[in-house]
Ligand binder design. Sequence first.
Ligand SMILES: [Fe+2]
Length: 253
Amino acid sequence: MKEGNRDLGKLFQFLARDEARHAGFLSRALVAEGIEVDLPHLGGKRAATWFPISWVIYSVYLSEKIGYWRYILMDRHLKANPGEAFAPLFDFFEPWCQDENRHGDCFTVMMRCWPGITKGWRGKLLSRFFLWSVFLTHTLTVCERGEFYELLGIEPKEFDEEVIRRTNHTSKNAFPWVFNLEDDKFWDLRNKIIESFRAFVSTKGLTKPVKLMKFVSLIFKQFALPMEKTNALRYDKDVQFTGGDILNFWTDK
Ligand SMILES: [Fe+2]
């Protein structure tokens, strides 16, 4: 790591340490269920794919923040309904989601220190693409694995909506554009996308390509929805990644 990036190097060391801790939570939960997975060697079997750093920063920010909202909302629900926590993994959700939250905050600061990443058409396109793809993936995975959420006493569609609303709102701190979720267009399309995806999966034969076209047209409509501008750039002159301030996010370093 270059001399000038010492703080950034330290930051990534803490991020890596926290992620290793999460792998440890998973490992302990799997052992408790009698499942053995060789976690340290799992990643080594896949070839690395390199993406532009701006894509990495947008997507990691969002995965940290959506992860935070998913875990904290589940944790709050399970604390209110302790009888529904059927696996030991849920005991780790609170420290896990606090880690994810501060990881997201670190990426917010990185984005503010690098204004080029959020400016102009580039910022608009990156915000749109990553919010859309992360929300779409969330909707499809939550609604297709609805039984898991129902086992916890959580209504999957309501959970999906709450997570998307909170993540979109939080993203106003970092992204120059976010979706406008106050009008019903986003949610009408979200419901149609779920129906269309189920119809596509359950159809066999000649009508399958037609169902696929319908699904693709709906997701592109959602992609093209109007967005609203945020004030995320307001700190770009004041915040610089020079000191160790960001490292204070870690109280247990
Ligand atoms: Fe993380």
